[in-house]
Design a protein around this ligand. Structure first.
Ligand SMILES: NC(=O)c1ccc[n+]([C@@H]2O[C@H](COP(=O)([O-])OP(=O)(O)OC[C@H]3O[C@@H](n4cnc5c(N)ncnc54)[C@H](O)[C@@H]3O)[C@@H](O)[C@H]2O)c1
Length: 326
């Protein structure tokens, strides 16, 4: 199979690369390396079935040609991470919407129908507080939304584009709403909590919990996520649908901090940092966020293999090997 991965030098995208090369597929990545890194894919650069292009999805001149080559496309390229979203609220809208629309237009024009998976986010559920978030729920967009919501709005626009291309042009596209994904190669630089805690704990620094730490999230290991993405993309009955991808079982950010301290054996302490200080502006966090996985489970029998503790232990061991921390 020929696989195009936009944003394939990023965290999740690079694990998709590993997954498909392992399966014997041919993989082409386009990435502008804005948040992604060549280090994430460096082990494949000499692989005969792998090709990397450094370019922007919004302007890449070879997009049409490579889309015509592809049997499967994962659209992962996006401006992501709370810090970047708050700093660059216009880029988030412009890149995420224009990139997705350009890709879908290229698929429509290419004369054949590659399978397309569009990465959306649990952020589109906005301030909903339901115990389980279901794909067919009405969504709330706050009027006069602060930039914090631009990411969700851009992803909602991508979803609407994708479903419209599916309906109007019969493109085999599926939207996946990814919930918090964690694992190797995720960077804490743009606001992701797990890599920050691991780094702080191994350095013996204070673990900075934003807000009161009672907010909880359901974390999925990226190595499980990519298997679920591959399975969903392959399912004809997933076409034209939105599918939550994640796992159940929430953990509060405060207890995550204590778990990381315990598993690193560190004597770090936990400090609570108000959102205004952490992000330099007002920030509305969501108390909890857990997916309803009924639809996902109707499409795939695969169930995540990585527990959060196993992921944390793996990340801690990797960080120790890389930085020689004790
Ligand atoms: N990690 C999560 O928990 C999570 C949750 C929900 C949704 N998602 C979505 O999954 C996708 C991948 O996220 P990630 O966590 O791997 O983040 P990431 O930042 O590691 O990956 C995004 C990649 O896209 C690239 N990119 C950005 N703008 C680009 C452009 N204009 N042209 C080409 N490449 C560009 C970046 O360099 C990066 O490699 C994103 O669409 C994100 O919105 C991720």
């Amino acid at each position: 199979m020929h696989v195009l991965i936009t944003g394939g030098a990023g965290f999740i995208g690079s694990h998709l690369v590993d997954h498909h090369l392992r399966k014997g597929d041919r993989v082409h990545v386009v990435d502008n390396l804005s948040t992604g890194s060549l280090d994430n894919i460096s082990q494949h650069l000499t692989h005969p079935e792998f090709r990397f292009t450094e370019d922007d999805i919004v302007t890449w001149p070879d997009l049409n040609e490579v889309v015509s080559w592809a049997d499967r496309i994962y659209h992962m390229a996006a401006v992501v991470g709370v810090f970047r979203v708050l700093e660059r609220p216009i880029d988030v809208m412009a890149t995420n919407i224009a990139g997705c629309e350009r890709l879908l237009r290229a698929v429509h024009r290419c004369g054949w129908k590659p399978e397309v998976l569009i990465a959306s986010s649990s952020e589109v559920y906005g301030p909903r507080t339901d115990e389980r978030l279901r794909e067919d729920m009405d969504l709330i967009i706050q009027p006069e939304a602060p930039p914090r919501w631009n990411y969700a709005i851009s992803k909602l626009a991508d979803e609407a584009f994708a479903l419209s291309y599916a309906r109007v042009h019969d493109i085999p596209v599926t939207v996946v709403r990814l919930f918090n994904t964690v694992g190797p190669r995720q960077t804490g630089r743009y606001g992701m909590v797990v890599p920050r805690f691991v780094r702080q704990s191994l350095a013996g620094d204070v673990l900075t919990v934003f807000g009161d730490g009672k907010q909880s999230r359901a974390f999925t290991d990226v190595r499980d996520t990519v298997v679920m993405l591959d399975e969903v993309a392959a399912k004809a009955n997933a076409r034209g649908l939105i599918v939550n991808v994640g796992r159940e079982g929430e953990t509060s950010i405060e207890s995550l901090a204590h778990r990381v301290i315990e598993r690193t054996g560190s004597d770090s302490e936990v400090e609570y940092v108000p959102y205004e200080i952490a992000y330099g502006q007002e920030y509305v966090d969501i108390p909890h966020r857990c997916p309803d996985l009924t639809r996902l489970h109707s499409l795939t029998e695969f169930r995540p293999k990585w527990t959060l503790d196993a992921t944390l232990d793996d990340l801690i061991a990797r960080a120790r090997r890389t930085h020689g921390a004790s």
